[in-house]
Design a protein around this ligand. Structure first.
Ligand SMILES: [Zn+2]
Length: 479
């Protein structure tokens, strides 16, 4: 007797793809078997014939309910959409776990105050989501600026408490962490088995190009790719990889944007280093030429969207295993603030994206490139779970895993319209995108939260999840 049986779908498990039944008891998957072999007795039986049954999507990169800088939006007090809206959109888009960020960006110690403790900041951030999230959630911890030794001393406890990853930026003042400070951070994270999430750009190149383009009257937003450019990515990725080599830390490069970044990751991995790359779904669709269209910077997320050969390198890297995950850099505002800034220093980052990643990835990889369904699951769910410490609780359809399950309908070949989406926003760069499959049911820990366009979940359903990165993930390229 099961609480729920999902019957007759094309189920994607870590071992196989086939017509199977999935049995759920409470919040867990308890059985997966050839269709017809599970006891037919269940509280509810879902007919999944003709559907693809996959683990719930994991969004590894989102910025929800945070202040948007006034120099991007032109107004005070603009926030990215709150957890209710972002997790609602995520649920409709087949995403069941969101990894957002927490961090103390007050730089209190520069004014003589002690920095706040990592776990205190995590606790505060959890409260922002608690009872306000339709999906499960977790946070990368941002270490910013010249990180105080006392904070570095708290990394061990944070990792033990389930904060498996630490985010740093190598550019943007004042959050940029200087290389000197990165060294002990990498050592400490390596020592306790966490992983670094790195936004890698070469700060001196970014600053030099910003000044150069301003001087030459070329500082329009459509030139962002000349500031946050290919050479910057090449240099920064290689600096980070060298420091990782010296300290033994695992690296998760957020938003790889250039063929040079893909090549640096490939080289490190071929030397046995635990280095992983993420690509954002807008980088798989657009190029810097699109910036020049009216309202074209709506597609922009930092660093910057580059050229057609970079787009091809990212897509090929995700298809063949050199890159590991797709993400969105979710940062949803309304169109007004998003398009207010039109110069290289004022274009708003991020986009309204959390709902569209799964269908876009299906179209790009399964439909257009013939990528296997297992690889599709890897780059939308399983790899993020493995690298960031959620596996096998999340990211797998197998007994013992959370019953986070999505049904995709391959006959739902919709063209995305703004009216299909559920964000608190009035634009989408994905309007007009041709899908080849679409999520029609989302199940979070055994509870159906979205079914045929209806929201059935509650914003009290989502829980904070602890993340512990497996030893093998930070010892060698494990995915
Ligand atoms: Zn981001």
């Amino acid at each position: 007797m099961f609480d729920l049986i999902i019957q007759g779908g094309q189920v994607v498990t870590p071992q196989a793809v086939g017509i199977m039944d999935v049995g759920v008891q409470g919040e867990k998957i308890v059985a997966v078997g050839q269709t017809g072999t599970l006891s037919a007795q269940a509280g509810r039986t879902i007919d999944a014939r003709g559907k693809i049954v996959i683990p719930g999507g994991i969004e590894p990169h989102a910025h929800i309910g945070i202040p948007v800088p006034e120099f991007w939006s032109g107004q005070a007090d603009v926030m990215t959409q709150p957890p209710e809206a972002a997790s609602r959109a995520a649920a409709f888009g087949g995403v069941t776990t969101i990894i957002d960020f927490a961090g103390d960006l007050s730089f209190a110690e520069s004014s003589g105050q002690a920095p706040r403790s990592i776990m205190e900041v995590i606790a505060e951030r959890r409260e922002v989501f608690r009872t306000h999230s339709y999906t499960d959630f977790a946070f990368h911890y941002i270490l910013a600026g010249e990180v105080a030794p006392v904070t570095i001393g708290e990394i061990k406890e944070a990792i033990q408490e389930g904060v498996g990853s630490f985010k740093i930026f190598t550019t943007f003042h004042p959050i940029r962490v200087p290389y000197g400070h990165l060294w002990p951070i990498f050592e400490e994270v390596a020592k306790h088995g966490g992983i670094m999430a790195v936004h890698a750009e070469e700060d001196e190149i970014v600053r030099y190009m910003t000044e150069k383009l301003k001087r030459e009257g070329r500082a329009q937003g459509y030139n962002l790719h000349l500031v946050h450019n290919n050479i910057s990515e090449d240099l920064a990725f290689r600096h980070i990889i060298r420091l990782a080599k010296h300290t033994g830390v695992g690296i998760y490069f957020v938003h790889v944007t250039a063929k040079e970044g893909v090549a640096a990751i490939e080289e490190a991995r071929s030397n046995g280093m635990p280095v992983y790359g993420e690509a954002l779904h807008n980088y798989l669709q657009f190029t810097c030429e699109d910036y020049k269209k009216p309202g074209g910077t709506a597609i922009h997320t930092y660093p910057a969207i580059k050229f057609a050969d970079d787009r091809e390198a990212l897509t090929a890297g995700l298809a063949d295993g050199r890159l590991a995950t797709t993400a969105t850099d979710e940062y949803t505002t309304y169109k007004g603030p998003k398009l207010w800034g039109d110069m290289i220093e004022t274009v708003c980052g991020g986009h309204n994206g959390i709902e569209t990643r799964m269908p876009v990835a299906y179209a790009k990889f399964v439909a257009e490139r013939g990528v296997s369904l297992q690889r599709f699951v890897d780059i939308t769910s399983a790899n993020a779970a493995r690298i960031l410490g959620l596996y096998p609780q999340k990211g797998a359809i197998q007994p013992g895993s959370d019953a986070d399950i999505v049904l995709l309908d391959p006959n739902e070949k919709k063209v995305i319209a703004l009216s299909d989406l559920h964000a608190d926003s009035d634009y989408s760069i994905w309007e007009g995108f041709q899908c080849h499959a679409y999520p029609v049911m989302t199940i979070l820990r055994g509870k159906v939260i979205v079914e045929n366009g209806k929201l059935l979940g509650s914003s009290t359903d989502g829980r904070w999840v602890k993340r512990h990165v497996a030893n093998e993930v930070v010892a060698k390229p494990a995915v």
